[in-house]
Design a protein around this ligand. Sequence first.
Ligand SMILES: [Zn+2]
Ligand SMILES: [Zn+2]
Length: 352
Amino acid sequence: MRAAVWHGYKDLRIEEVKEPVPKAGQVKIQVDWAGICGTDRHEYEGPNFIPVKKPHRLTGRVAPLTIGHEFSGRIVELGEGVTGWKVSDRVTANGSLTCGKCEACKSGRYNICQKLGFVGVGDDGTFADYVLFGADKLFAIPEGVTQREAAVAEPLACGIHATNLLGDISGRDVVIIGPGIIGLSAFFGAKYAGAGRILVSGIGEYRRELIEKYGGTYVDVSNTDLEAYVKEWSGGRLADVVYECLGSERTLDQCIHISKPGGKIMVMGVFGRKPVVDMNTLQEAERVIYTSQAHVNEIATALEYIRDGKINAEELITREVTLDTLVEDGFEYLIQHGPEQIKVLIRIAGNQ
Ligand SMILES: [Zn+2]
Ligand SMILES: [Zn+2]
């Protein structure tokens, strides 16, 4: 079968590899569509998380391995002991690799497992004709959701999970910094949790139409000062909740300064280096920083939102490539045109 195999920084090769065989508790899935995630881009461009020398703490794997975790597909084979699923079932999955034994796993919060790993980083991923997943991490794609649409559910689950961690935010003024797919997942998460007004900030005009269509407000901060804008937008109250979806020291600092006394800051961005945090401004008004790691079972909610028409998944798919064109038309294109793109899908088996 074909697979996009990571050998090193900027060394991703489309190769013929052996088809995987499901172990006990796993299923083998034929991949229809796979999505390129920001984390895949990190692997491609660096800094990478794929183990090169020291074997992965859970799987023992080192490079080379197949990248990718966002996908939709169909079950083609069941490993020993798998129940509740059958060949031809349409599925997507949570890519977490977990120990199942630690306190977090036992309490259902397997996204913060002590030995947490991810498909496509700690084990072979979804940018291939076939992939293995633990049956306990599968989600059935509901009737009325296409395979193409279902491939977008995983990143949307991130914002739903983060929002669930915040408690009741109904009626609240929300600001989201960063309008990429993670910022959009926060937008939908907050919107359907009943948030009041939602303001999304970004550079350029790429997302204005989409945000306004869903009833949000968009501000292009290439020519507007965000702090001054939020002050005016909120009538001087500042924001009840701010989502940081970029992972930069500057935007984290903005979050602290635009959240009201007692306000909540949700950090979803992945930081390239350790930020300096303005602790005094945080503390003087008991502002609280939350963090969020992927998701647990929120893929099911994301699939429901797509099925119910609350999210038009097709609108989030801005480009389609194939495995053969993945490097040039996918990763290299994203390096040039990143901010314009929302989700780039790889057509693999390509069933609708
Ligand atoms: Zn992802
Ligand atoms: Zn665990």
